[in-house]
Design a protein around this ligand. Structure first.
Ligand SMILES: C[S@@+](CC[C@H](N)C(=O)[O-])C[C@H]1O[C@@H](n2cnc3c(N)ncnc32)[C@H](O)[C@@H]1O
Length: 169
């Protein structure tokens, strides 16, 4: 009887753990690589930049930023499976000194280290993030968002083909 109850509780805890990223943000939908490159191009990511990807998925933006643009790249990812997978992808590319992924909710992390922020979440999350980014990011930090805009900000550029919004804080 007790083993059954414990098993049930463990299964529920496991499901919550697994689906937590969907509850607190967007599910994993990878940005096409062509769009990733366009995002990095619009933000003019270069060596010396610190790129933070909010909800870094399989690490593709981090890997492109580190490998193709020589930037330091930090991902924040809530999904533990995606976290392990992206860490493996980074190791496989030999980029572990330049790129890393932190486990957790990006709404709880300080983002002040970024010179570039990349994001592909939802309109609700962008609305929630807007005041946090205004508080924490240094003036001049570039923000690139795929699909969803920041409604209180004027974009420097909008790429309607790739659905990318580019802002400077
Ligand atoms: C649409 S995917 C984008 C993945 C990646 N940035 C890309 O462009 O390919 C959203 C990712 O954000 C993660 N996520 C959602 N809400 C989050 C939160 N509050 N904190 C950290 N990660 C979150 C999801 O687990 C998922 O991997």
């Amino acid at each position: 009887m007790w083993i059954g109850v414990l098993g049930f509780v463990l299964i529920i805890a496991f499901l919550v753990w697994l689906f937590w990223p969907i509850i607190i943000g967007a599910p994993w939908i990878p940005t096409p690589m062509k769009v990733v490159r366009r995002m990095l191009e619009l933000a003019d990511v270069q060596e010396g930049d610190v790129v933070i990807d909010l909800g870094s998925g399989d690490g593709r933006i981090l890997i492109a930023a580190a490998k193709e643009r020589k930037a330091k790249a930090i991902g924040i990812e809530a999904d533990p499976l995606r976290l392990m997978w992206s860490r493996r992808n980074i190791r496989n590319h030999g980029l572990h000194k330049q790129a890393k992924v932190v486990w957790g909710n990006f709404l709880d992390k300080d983002l002040g280290e970024a010179s570039v922020v990349t994001i592909y979440q939802s309109q609700d999350i962008n609305n929630t993030l807007e005041p946090k980014l205004e508080r924490e990011l240094k003036p001049g930090t570039r923000v690139v968002s795929h699909v969803f805009s920041f409604n209180g900000w004027d974009p420097q550029k909008v790429d309607n083909e790739s659905h990318v919004y580019f802002y400077i804080v």
